[in-house]
Design a protein around this ligand. Structure first.
Ligand code: C2E
Ligand code: MG
Ligand code: MG
Ligand code: MG
Length: 291
């Protein structure tokens, strides 16, 4: 038992580890219930191209509002779901929903590539490639409109099988990108061997731009390396014009961040990319996504 100082002087509570275990078990239970009851949602964060200001893609980000707890961040429940294995079920739902959304948009004339986060455990499922192929087939979505965001952790595990799987996904026509690039402990050799098309510069390296010399060095190095390898490079978590301007002069032309837009509900996302009123009578060509 721990005595802890506080406003009331002191209070007693159960040891921290047990509190954690209990609250984690509760969170795990509520998470399973949320999926069963259809209470997860996806929001979509625009990815913007410099110069044209076009929205060139949308990252699907899971949202969970619990009646009692309120909004729970994926940064909180995804790691727990990864430990318990439940992330596979969540990931399947996310994949189906994001692909279905992209297909709905396409049916209404909005051709918008959608990026889905894939957790390591999900990627390791023996049938992962089949699952992706089936999701695309069921929604009749061209594979070119789906991007899968893998982390360095995913790429480092079980390399031979992982490599085979990535080639199978690339053969389907799916785009593969590396999320949070630069935060993992991995050899850069995989950039050459793996069929990756895009690097996402992690927000932690964008934050300190342009003042922090280490961030400047890292951001420059990632952009240069990406270019040399013929990869697209997008910066995550861009919040200020100074960050955007630095990245632009460094040679990065794709951005995602609050400076441009927060993750949006699907209807808000549509509003964002929908052109002004006067072209509404041309629904197909009118979308910015087709411009
Ligand atoms: P991530 O994939 O790196 O996603 C980017 C995160 O940065 C998102 O947080 C997004 O809302 C946030 N963000 C975007 N722009 C800015 C900005 O300008 N400033 C700041 N401070 N943040 C910004 P979110 O939605 O809370 O997601 C956190 C993480 O949870 C994601 O990081 C991803 O690793 C994981 N995640 C989210 N949705 C899913 C999912 O459907 N499946 C899996 N496996 N993981 C997910
Ligand atoms: Mg991501
Ligand atoms: Mg990221
Ligand atoms: Mg992240």
């Amino acid at each position: 038992w721990v005595k802890e100082g506080g406003r009331a002087g002191f209070r007693f509570h159960v040891p921290r580890k047990e509190v954690d275990l209990l609250s984690r078990m509760r969170l795990d239970h509520d998470m399973r219930q949320a999926l069963a009851e259809g209470r997860f949602r996806l929001h979509y964060q625009p990815q913007v191209e410099l110069g044209s200001d076009r929205v060139i893609g949308a990252e699907a980000l899971i949202r969970w509002r619990d009646p009692q707890r309120g909004e729970i961040s994926p940064a909180e429940f995804i790691p727990l779901a990864e430990e318990s294995g439940f992330v596979v079920a969540i990931g399947d739902w996310v994949l189906k929903e994001a692909v279905a959304q992209a297909a709905r948009w396409l049916a209404r004339g909005l051709r918008m590539p959608v990026a889905v986060n894939v957790s390591a455990l999900q990627f390791q499922q023996p049938h992962f490639v089949d699952t992706v192929a089936a999701a695309l087939r069921d929604a009749m979505l061209p594979a070119s409109l789906l991007e899968l965001e893998l982390t360095e952790g995913v790429l480092m595990r079980d390399t031979e099988e992982g490599l085979r799987r990535m080639h199978a996904l690339a053969a389907l026509g799916v785009t593969l990108s590396i999320d949070d690039f630069g935060t993992g402990y991995s050899s850069l050799g995989y950039l050459k061997r793996f069929p990756i098309q895009r690097l996402k510069i992690d927000r932690s390296f964008v934050q300190g731009l342009p003042g922090d010399p280490s961030d400047v060095g890292i951001a420059n190095a990632i952009v240069q390396m990406g270019r040399a390898l013929g990869l697209q490079v997008i910066a995550e978590g861009v919040e200020t014009e100074a960050q955007r301007d630095f990245l632009a002069q460094a040679g990065c032309h794709e951005f995602q961040g609050y400076l441009f837009a927060r993750p949006l509900r699907p209807d808000e996302f549509e509003q964002r990319v929908r052109p002004r009123r006067h072209v509404v009578d041309s629904p197909v060509s009118g979308w910015l996504g087709l411009a």
